[in-house]
Design a protein around this ligand. Sequence first.
Ligand code: FRU
Length: 508
Amino acid sequence: MVRLNDVERLVALSRHNEIVKEAERRVQQAKEKMDSTYRLAYHIMAPVHWMNDPNGLIQWNGEYHVFYQFHPDSPKWGPMHWGHVKSKDFVHWERAPIALAPSEWYDEGGCFSGSAVNDHGVLTLIYTGNVWLNEEQTELKQYQCLATSKDGIHFEKDPANPVLSEPPFDCQGHIRDPKVWKRGEDWYMVLGTREGNNGKVVLYKSKDLRHWEYVNILAQSDGSLGYMWECPDVFRLNGKDILLFSPQGIEPVGDRFQNLHQTGYLVGTLDEETGKLTHGAFEELDKGFDFYAAQTFEDERGRRILFGWMDMWESPMPTQEHGWAGALTIPRLLELTDDEKLLMKPVPELQLLREEHTHLESISVKQHEATYTVPVEGDRLELLVRFSLTDFRGNAFGVKVRCSSDGSEETIFRYDTGDSVVTFDRNRSGRGEGGIRRAVLDGSKTDLITFHLFIDRSSVELFVNDGRLVMTGRIYPSETSQGIELFTEGGDATVFSVDAWKLKDIWG
Ligand code: FRU
């Protein structure tokens, strides 16, 4: 392999710096023309134009760094760069310049998804360099690459790049999204790939991040779990090994797998020697509409935290007309229950967003009155609604958010007592795609159903019963649709309590 000498290395570095600077200039220009109608108040978004997957999640030198797939030149997917924000508290985010831009032969078609590690104090990004082999962009080759930074802001592509060029078997070029972690003295890396029409995750091992040895197929589709697995992530919780990944091509089964692509997990035990994960059944992680390519990291307090891309490939995105598209979910704390369910909870730091608080108790909701109007309005709210099942004789209750005063717009979340199904209905949510998602709230028998909602200008995230069931969706209501209503069916209900907080606009 030809090594770049020092001069070539400096030339490569200054070329990348120039490309980044130019892209930043175009971003500043484009911002002036952006329409900010549906811009979110407290979620991570690109400054303008298109973004998708969260990348390179890490806490480094005390700060949380979040990178993301970014196309600085249009509100549609295109040559991928890595956008970058950082924060000390998960709430107040500061934009940093673009971290990675295509600049070398091995990433000329884009710097695709990847992860970050702290290598003896050096912030190191591991990403996929994408190269198109034909003009139609139907054939490709993918390389795994490194970029390093001493200040956490400016990145240099490693002279050893690409650090992995050949796949372990024929995968039609699709091998990407490196997630790297350290156990003991060894670095491990998983990659998403395919063989024929079966998605797979492969495991590699290294001593220095620059030389990788193939270990094995860590897990693969048995024919029912899709043709390609993207964005794998492996971590330990509660004594178990978890593989989180985003399979493409799973067929819908009843209410399950309703989105174009899924993000879900397998729980089991990883044998690092053989590189095999023995595991149970695949479970979707978020049962809403817009959740994909999620990634996790462990922070300095030992917490496992996740961000997802809060959109779905191919979904209509009304904000593209406004010059931007894409956002990340709020940061979510992961926990594994004894019955091996992965829970997602909003990180407690999000309480820093809270402003005005309203607390209501023992609200009687009469079925003949159709709805009870909560005396709070807003397009950025946190809402905690506790329904008690104890004396409830009806068959369903729920909450409607982003309601218009004329009744034409509303986004409905309901719980049906008969089958314990939670429904997210966005058929009357405004612009964008409608649809219904339904999922059974399983697990602990409880008399209390808690709907914990994070509402932002064009999104809703619902956490039911402390993260046992999570549903995320983008919605595009009129700005004036800000009402909240409670409803019941088949009997009167006493809603135990409602807490509502207006939330800060961290970008405003
Ligand atoms: C997932 C994904 C990744 C890829 C990236 C490209 O959404 O398709 O597999 O690296 O997006 O932007």
